[in-house]
Design a protein around this ligand. Structure first.
Ligand code: SF4
Length: 340
């Protein structure tokens, strides 16, 4: 039985039509679920008994379980247990501009980025759309506030789970659903070109972020195995097409790793690589973990890297640091839960 929180409005309308009812029944149900946040069919007065039976017989209304929460001043990290006993995590961050949530899209990840705690635990399975949606619903219930921004950048490679990602975005962006504006939704990929191709056809308004982390193939091959399949030249070719088609600014994430990708030469090479693209670079001080040998770049190195990009007229920011006290590296809470 499919879980109701993974069903797009269009699919729910089709369901009612197939069952000889009107499509506005779908909007009625969506109102209860996403506007009023009532999840028990018995507490939905507008839905008739016949439709309640129909829905109960066809959809599962259950939730994943919130197992653990760690908090710091401006960040909360959540561990969720799925129905099959797997674990995923989400991170909530308070910014000056709103509240954002970073959701997971897979149990584990097969991309194998060398600096990533999530990548150490291989992919077990894709998350279904409802398991991504419910991360938001449960966290909003916990903080008793609505989230303004969603980033798909937690555990997993979203474009390796494209169909579920697509339904998730439709539900989150739908004005009768969770209703978060397209400009406030970002999907981050390590560079799966077929996924970028589909994404630019399906979602021209949604933000795209690329986990770049290196200015050339030599370094990128070393830290991101996916680069051996989709090289930087091919990645940038598709990004130029993306820019043309969508007119959107691309974000590049760049984790600063000491003596790996943080030299002045790397900064100059990076500036040349992105020159001419409508983009901005987010420099991320690395969150060290005891399981991985990489070190965070020194502050002075990050600042000099930043200055070189600025001098080359590249839009660049240094990411505010979140969650030093809360097992901050992506995947760390889950890894600890699993005793690895
Ligand atoms: S950085 Fe992202 S794509 Fe790479 S291993 Fe980690 S979760 Fe997967």
């Amino acid at each position: 039985m499919k879980n109701i929180f993974g069903i797009t409005l269009k699919n729910l309308e089709d369901f009612f039509i197939e069952n000889n009812d009107k499509k506005f029944r779908a909007t009625q149900l969506y109102e209860f679920l996403y506007k009023k946040r009532i999840y028990n069919l018995d507490n939905m007065p507008n839905i008739g008994n016949k439709n309640k039976e129909l829905l109960k017989n066809n959809f599962d209304f259950s939730f994943i379980k919130m197992k653990k929460k760690q908090e710091d001043q401006d960040v909360k990290k959540y561990l969720f247990e799925l129905k099959d006993g797997n674990f995923i995590e989400s991170v909530l961050m308070y910014h000056d501009y709103g509240i954002s949530i970073c959701v997971s899209s897979q149990v584990g990840c097969n991309m194998g980025c060398k600096f990533c705690e999530s990548g150490r635990l291989k992919k077990v399975r894709n998350l279904e759309a409802y398991e991504i949606v419910e991360q938001i619903l449960l966290i909003e219930a916990d903080i008793k506030e609505r989230i303004s921004h969603v980033v798909v950048m937690g555990i997993g490679e979203p474009f390796d789970n494209y169909d579920n990602l697509k339904d998730f975005i439709k539900i989150v962006n739908c004005n009768k659903g969770i209703d978060i504006g397209a400009r406030h939704i970002t999907v981050s990929t390590c560079g799966l070109i077929p996924g970028i191709q589909r994404f630019m056809e399906d979602f021209k308004e949604i933000n795209l972020a690329i986990s770049l982390h290196a200015p050339n193939d030599k370094i990128r091959n070393q830290i991101m195995p996916i680069n051996k399949v989709y090289k930087i030249k091919d990645l940038f070719k598709i990004l130029k097409e993306y820019e043309k088609k969508t007119n959107r600014r691309i974000t590049f994430e760049y984790i600063m790793l000491e003596d790996i990708n943080d030299s002045k030469e790397c900064a100059k090479e990076l500036a040349n690589l992105v020159k001419g693209l409508n983009c901005y670079i987010n420099l991320i001080p690395y969150n060290e973990t005891e399981n991985i040998e990489y070190k965070r770049s020194k502050k002075v190195q990050i600042l000099s890297f930043y200055d070189i990009l600025k001098k080359n007229n590249i839009n660049v920011t240094i990411r505010k640091e979140f969650g030093g006290k809360v097992d901050a590296a992506c995947g760390q809470l889950r890894a600890n839960q699993m005793g690895r």
